[in-house]
Design a protein around this ligand. Structure first.
Ligand SMILES: Cc1cc2nc3c(=O)[nH]c(=O)nc-3n(C[C@H](O)[C@H](O)[C@H](O)COP(=O)(O)OP(=O)(O)OC[C@H]3O[C@@H](n4cnc5c(N)ncnc54)[C@H](O)[C@@H]3O)c2cc1C
Length: 452
């Protein structure tokens, strides 16, 4: 990797032009940032959400993750059982808004659980209406490139726009960049997967022109591919196709004759694992992914019944990134917590989602059946740094645990919790690290989280 200047900090004498001064600054508008901004603004705080793209949704929309995972309990027989909801709160609030717009399908069986595909376009609109409707302001097309802090007390951030640089001052900062950019720019410790090894990215696409009845008659109800598809892939590979992932996920969408294709597995041209925080690797990921999408689309057209007349409708606007930096928090979610379905009094989010680890030719899956674990409030609070909390996939988690607790239903929950914590820190004049997880849990329950 080439060398970059990573730490960009100013103290409060920073004389860059001031764009705004707010109570709560939400950095990044993925699922976690959206929930955090709506919650903070709804409680009366002057709230600004800064996002580098021109729409909300993060990996869920720009990366076409395409479904809400993590809402339902796992079960032994999803093909014969009704889905049982496990996660409520902000996740359910968003889900109900999407339902009103016919922007979600009914829950679909996925291995030993269920997930809910959504319309990415409506995701953007519903989220924007909720955030702006609650009174928050959004600033799109703006990169966060530095922080303002005195010692370890955060005062604001530095932004870069087409018009130049500026600063934004804030009482509380919520880092929902997915990549822990605020922690990184401040020069604080972070971890990266399993000793630097992270899950591979995936480029998702939509396949149009599919006879979906014929397709599912062949494929079966489970959205995870049956063994006969892996066998067909092996045959195609023997004839020269490049299909590095043999177990793939395919969902029907809210539109007719269309499938969401979570099928690619992106590594470098020489097989090396790609670190998307490195712009060279990130570029290679996009280039390799577009070629691989063509290979899979061709495979489906040639081998899979119902796809004879199919075509690529569209690709996600950027490669989907599952994992980069995790903060070092005052508490952590461990691999063992997931395996043992650990509950805790300071738990602020429930997670019934399996460990779904994307590396190697088949993703590794570890199911939680009729059970869930809880994520502690302390996993959102950095070990160093005041007035700063994280929300989303950059929370403090061990590698395998993150492969479970990173999905959308939980990211909404982290945003909800961080938004409430920011509100209380301001109103009760307390440090974020001094708020008790039990107290945040109580506040979440007052907003339909149903944690007890
Ligand atoms: C290929 C793939 C498939 C997936 N499939 C599913 C699925 O089926 N179901 C499911 O529930 N989950 C799925 N996920 C996981 C889910 O999409 C993510 O975990 C979730 O989006 C993480 O939310 P987040 O808010 O933490 O971060 P992100 O979604 O990553 O959002 C971070 C936001 O911050 C912005 N940002 C980052 N840095 C800056 C900066 N410096 N300045 C300004 N803005 C910044 C980004 O543009 C982005 O909008 C999938 C993920 C991937 C990659």
């Amino acid at each position: 990797m080439k060398t970059y200047k990573s730490i960009i900090t100013f103290d409060s004498s920073c004389d860059l032009p001031i764009y705004d001064e707010v109570d709560v600054l939400v950095c990044g508008g993925g699922p976690a940032g959206v929930a955090a901004a709506e919650t903070s603004a709804r409680h009366g705080n002057k709230t600004l959400l800064v996002e580098r793209l021109g729409f909300l949704g993060g990996a869920a929309v720009a990366g076409y993750s395409g479904t809400i995972c993590g809402m339902y309990y796992g079960c032994d027989n999803p093909l014969d059982e009704e889905p049982k909801q496990c996660v409520y709160g902000w996740t359910d609030k968003f889900y109900q808004e999407m339902k009103k717009c016919n922007a979600v399908t009914k829950p679909q069986p996925y291995g030993k659980t269920f997930l809910v595909p959504f319309d990415p376009q409506m995701w953007k609109e519903v989220a924007e209406n909720m955030v702006v409707g609650a009174g928050a302001k959004i600033l799109y097309h703006t990169n966060i490139i530095g922080v303002i802090k005195d010692e370890d007390v955060f005062k604001g951030i530095v932004i870069d726009t087409k018009s130049g640089m500026a600063q934004i001052r804030s009482k509380i900062i919520i880092d929902s960049t997915g990549d822990a950019d605020i922690i990184y720019r401040a020069g604080y410790d972070y971890t990266m997967g399993n000793n630097g090894s992270i899950q591979n990215p995936t480029m998702i696409f939509r396949l149009g022109g599919v006879d979906t009845k014929k397709f599912f008659d062949y494929w079966g109800e489970d959205r995870i591919s049956p063994d006969k598809v892996s066998e067909a892939m092996k045959e195609a590979i023997s004839k020269g196709a490049n299909l590095p992932r043999l177990k793939v996920w395919v969902y029907d969408t809210t539109r007719p004759n269309e499938l969401f294709m979570n099928v690619t597995l992106i590594t470098g041209r020489d097989g090396h694992e790609l670190n998307v925080c490195d712009p060279d690797d990130h570029t290679e990921a996009e280039e390799v992914a577009r070629k691989q999408v063509r290979e899979y689309a061709e495979f489906f057209k040639q081998y899979i019944p119902g796809c004879e007349n199919s075509f690529i409708n569209d690709l996600s606007c950027e490669i989907g990134v599952r994992q980069t930096r995790s903060i070092v928090g005052i508490d952590k979610i461990t691999n063992d917590d997931v395996a043992k379905a650990k509950k805790r009094p300071d738990g602020i989010v429930r997670c019934p989602w399996p460990i779904e680890l994307h590396s190697g030719e088949k993703p590794y899956l570890f199911w939680l059946i009729n059970d869930y674990y809880e994520i502690p409030y302390g996993a959102l609070v950095p070990a160093i740094g005041e007035n700063l909390i994280v929300a989303g996939r950059n929370l403090c988690a061990e590698h395998q645990a993150l492969a479970s607790c990173r999905v959308t239903a939980q990211c909404f929950g982290y945003g909800h919790a961080a938004g409430l914590a920011a509100d209380k820190a301001i109103k009760d004049n307390k440090r974020l690290r001094d708020l008790k997880g039990e107290y945040i849990r109580k506040l979440l329950n007052e907003e339909n989280a149903k944690l007890d």
